[in-house]
Design a binder for this molecule. Sequence first.
Ligand SMILES: Cc1cc2nc3c(=O)[nH]c(=O)nc-3n(C[C@H](O)[C@H](O)[C@H](O)COP(=O)(O)OP(=O)(O)OC[C@H]3O[C@@H](n4cnc5c(N)ncnc54)[C@H](O)[C@@H]3O)c2cc1C
Length: 419
Amino acid sequence: MKTPPYFNMEYDMAEAFDYVIVGNSAAGLQALKTLRKHAIDASVAIIDREDLPAYSRVITPYFVGGKTERDNLFLVDRDYYNQTGVTTLFGRNVVALDAEGRQLELDDGSSVAFGKLLLATGAEARQLTITSDRSSVLRHMADAEKLVELMQGAKSITAIGAGLVSLPLLSHAPEFVEKHLVVGSNRILSRMVDAETSAILEKRFTEKGLQLHKQNDSVAIEEGDRLQLQLASGDCLTSDMLIVGKGVQPNCELASAARLQVDYGILIDDYCCTSHADIYAAGDAAEGKDFVTGEPTIQGNWMTAVEQGENAALNMMGKTCAYDGSLKNNITEVLGVDVAAIGECMDDTTQSISVHDQSTGRFRKVFLNDQQQVIGANLIGETNDAGLYYHWIRTRSKFPGKQVLSGTNSYAKFQLRMA
Ligand SMILES: Cc1cc2nc3c(=O)[nH]c(=O)nc-3n(C[C@H](O)[C@H](O)[C@H](O)COP(=O)(O)OP(=O)(O)OC[C@H]3O[C@@H](n4cnc5c(N)ncnc54)[C@H](O)[C@@H]3O)c2cc1C
C-alpha cells in the first residue's frame, strides 16, 4: 500500500490506494474528512467527473436567483485536498468497476486500484423527453450556470415538477417574474408533506402569485421569440425558460455492472456496506434502512448523505459501528414561507395531531405510531423548533401532548422544562 503524502494527480497505477472514494459531494467529502481524522497515514484518492472542489447543491437555487455568489457554494477549496494529502482525480469519470480485481477504470483508459471503495456517486436529475435550449434541470454546477444565463431578463418562468428543485428556484427568481408550476399529481410536495400540509402551502403559494397547473404535464414545446409550452390539458403557457424538476435517478450503473446488489439504489446494510465486503455506498446512490419504517429507502437529503458517508468511512477503517437509519429531513423556505418535513409524515400514518393558527399562519402537525411515539412532523411558519421534533423522532419519544404545538410561548415553556 502507498504511504502519504500524495498530492493532486500524482499516483502510481500499479499500487492500490488504501481507500478510494467515487463522488466528491456530501457523502464523499464527509467520508474523506472521517478517514483523514482517524487514518492519517492511509493513502486516499477521491474521484469526481466534476472538476471542482466540493460544493453545496442545496444552495444552488440561491445562486441561480442571484441571492448568493458562486464562491459561497464551495464547502472547501482546492488547497484543502492537497493539505490533507489526498489524491484528487477531478474531471475524471469512472466507467467500470472490477469488484473482484479491486480496480476502477477511468474514462481516459487508466485504472485505479483500491483496498476499500466507497461509491458516493449520488444521483442525476431526470430529463424531459421534450427539450429546448431554454430549459434545464438543476443538479450540477454547470446546470446552475446555465440557469443563471436563462434567468437573465426572463419575464415568465415555467417549472415542471413540484419538488425541492422547482419550488426553491421559482421562489428565488425576481418577484416581478410570472411563475408557473406544472404538477403531474393533484398536489405539490407530495413526497415531502401530507395532503393537509400540502393544501395549506398551495394556498399560501398561490396567494404569492404562483400559478399552479395540477394533474398536468408538458407534451410539446414550440420555440420562437418565447417558448410555447403545450400542456396535456390543452392549455398553452408562454414562457422565457423552463425548469425541469422531475425527480432524480440514483447513479447505480457501476454497481449494477459489477453485480453488486442493486434495487432502486445500491443496497447497503446497517454498516453502509454493499453486497461486496470491501465496497461501501452512501448518500443519494445508496438504499439503506429508514429509521422509522426500517424499510430500505433513499432519503435524497444532504444530512443522510453526510451521516452515511461518515458511517461508511468508520466501517471501512474497521471501526465497526451500525447506522441507526436515515430520516427525511427537509427544512426550506419557499416564496417567503418556512417549511419543514421531518420523518414519516404521509397520509396513511396511524395518527396525527395538528394545530393551525390562522392569524399567524403557524402550522404544526405531528405524526404518531401505535405506541404514541412521534414518527414525523410537518411545520409551516417559523421552523427554528424543527430540531426538537427531530430529537423526539430520533429518541422515539412519546408525544408530550397537544399543548406543545400551540404558540411559541408554550413551546418556550416546554423547552425550559426539557433543559
Ligand atoms: C437544487 C437542489 C436542491 C436541494 N435542496 C436540498 C435541501 O434543501 N435539503 C436537503 O437536505 N437536500 C437537498 N438537496 C439534495 C442534496 O443535495 C443531496 O441529497 C446530496 O447532494 C446528496 O449527496 P451525495 O454525496 O450522495 O451525491 P451528489 O451530491 O449527487 O454527488 C455525487 C457526485 O458523484 C459524482 N459522480 C457520479 N458518478 C460518477 C462517476 N461514475 N465517476 C466520477 N464521478 C461520479 C458526481 O459528479 C457528483 O459530484 C438538493 C439537491 C438539489 C440538486
